[in-house]
Design a protein around this ligand. Structure first.
Ligand code: TYM
Length: 330
C-alpha cells in the first residue's frame, strides 16, 4: 500500500498557506488513499531562536488543529516528532550521507541565514542540518509520497538524493520518495507583500491569515490586501502577483479555476469580498472543531500517545537496518 508522510513545524500559528498548500489535501485525499502519517515536527522548531513554553504550546495547538481540520486518527497516524526517537537517530546517519555543500545550497537555509545575520544574530548549526532531519522523517517510514507546498519541494528533492546515495553505498534500505504539490495554492503569498510566501513565523502579521483568526479579522486582512496597479481583473502571476494570489485563494476555497474566475469580475472590491467570504467559510468548521477539541485535552493526548506508539513501531525496523548497513554494531 502507498505510504505517505508529511509534517508541520510549530514555529508559529498555522496559516491559510499551510492549510491550502498542505493540510487540506492530507484531510480530503491523502489519508483516505494511502497509509498516511502526519507529524508535528517539534524538533525542527528548535533550529531558530525559540521560547520553550511557546513551542510546547504551539505543538499542542498544531496537533489539535490537524484533528480539527479533519485528520481522522482512526484512519491515519497523527503524532509529535520528539516522541519518536527514530527521527533523531536516523538524522545522524543522514548527516553522514549528505555533504556540507548540498546543505548550504538549500534556499530556506540561505534566506533564513541572511535574515538572521541582518539582525545581528547567530545561526544555529541545526538550521544547516535541518534537511538531514527532514530526510530522516520521511525515510524512516518508507514513505513513497510527501504532500507539501512548493517551498518544501527542494528539501524533498534532497531527500531523494540521499536515499539513492545511501542505497547505492550500503544496499537497498530506503524507499525513494517524491513530493506531491497541489494544483492550486501550492504557494500562497503574503497579502501585504505578494512577492513573498505567507509564512507563519514572519513578524508582520497584517498579510497573514491564521487558521484561528476570527471572521472579522479575516475579512479585514483580505479587504486590505495589496493589489497591483491597473484596474482590470486578470490572472497574471508575474505582473499582477497580488491579484493572482487572491484568485488562487478563491479558486482553492471554492474549487474553481483562477483564470476562469478572473473573467467574472470587473472590480477589485467585489473580488475581495468574495475571497473574504470564501476564506471565512473554509476556516469556520476548523475553528469550531478546534474550540471543541481544545476543551478536551485528554482526548488529544490520547490520540498523540497512540500515534507515537504506532509510528515508533513502523520506523524502528528500518532505522535499525540502516544502522547495521552503515557498519554500526546496532
Ligand atoms: P512548514 O511547517 O513550514 O509548512 C507546513 C506545510 O505547509 C506548506 N506551506 C505552504 N503551502 C502553500 N503556501 C504557503 N504560503 C505555505 N506555507 C507553508 C509547506 O510547504 C508544508 O507542506 N520542513 C517542513 C516540515 C517538515 C516536513 C518533514 C514536511 C519537516 N519534516 C517531512 C514533509 C515531510 C516545514 O517547515 O513545513
Amino acid at each position: 500500500r502507498t505510504r505517505i508522510f508529511s509534517g508541520v513545524k510549530p514555529t508559529g500559528h498555522l496559516t491559510l498557506g499551510n492549510y491550502l498548500g498542505a493540510v487540506r489535501g492530507w484531510v480530503e485525499e491523502d489519508q483516505h488513499r494511502a497509509e498516511a502519517l502526519f507529524c508535528v515536527v517539534d524538533l525542527h522548531a528548535l533550529t531558530v531562536d525559540h521560547d520553550p513554553a511557546r513551542v510546547r504550546r504551539l505543538t499542542r495547538q498544531a496537533a489539535t488543529l490537524l484533528l480539527a481540520s479533519g485528520l481522522d486518527p482512526e484512519v491515519c497516524t497523527v503524532f509529535v516528532q520528539s516522541r519518536v526517537d527514530e527521527h533523531a537517530r536516523l538524522s545522524y546517519l543522514m548527516e553522514c550521507t549528505a555533504s556540507d555543500g548540498e546543505m548550504r545550497r538549500m534556499i530556506q537555509y540561505k534566506e533564513k541565514t541572511a535574515r538572521e545575520q541582518a539582525r545581528g544574530g547567530s545561526v544555529r548549526l541545526s538550521l544547516l542540518t535541518y534537511p538531514a532531519l527532514m530526510a530522516a522523517d520521511i525515510l524512516a517510514y518508507g514513505a513513497h509520497e510527501v504532500p507539501v507546498g512548493e517551498d518544501q519541494a527542494q528539501h524533498v528533492e534532497l531527500t531523494r538524493d540521499l536515499a539513492i546515495r545511501f542505497n547505492q553505498r550500503y544496499g537497498a534500505t530506503f524507499v525513494v520518495p517524491r513530493a506531491t504539490v497541489p494544483k492550486v495554492a501550492a504557494r500562497v503569498m503574503d497579502l501585504q507583500e505578494p512577492t513573498s510566501k505567507m509564512g507563519k513565523s514572519h513578524d508582520r502579521t497584517a498579510g497573514i491569515v491564521y487558521l484561528l483568526d476570527e471572521p472579522e479579522v479575516v475579512r479585514k486582512k483580505v479587504m486590505r490586501a495589496v493589489t497591483d496597479g491597473g484596474s482590470e481583473v486578470v490572472y497574471d502571476r508575474a505582473e499582477r502577483p497580488g491579484l493572482a494570489n487572491l484568485l488562487d485563494v478563491l479558486a482553492a476555497c471554492t474549487g474553481g479555476d483562477p483564470e476562469r474566475l478572473a473573467g467574472g469580475y470587473d472590480a477589485y472590491g467585489a473580488l475581495k469580498k468574495d475571497v473574504a467570504e470564501a476564506v471565512v467559510e473554509t476556516l469556520r468548521p476548523v475553528r469550531e472543531r478546534h474550540a471543541a477539541l481544545a476543551a478536551e485535552p485528554g482526548y488529544v493526548d490520547e490520540v498523540l500517545g497512540r500515534g507515537a506508539e504506532r509510528a515508533r513501531d513502523m520506523a524502528r525496523p528500518r532505522v535499525d537496518a540502516a544502522y547495521r548497513a552503515m557498519g554500526l554494531l546496532a
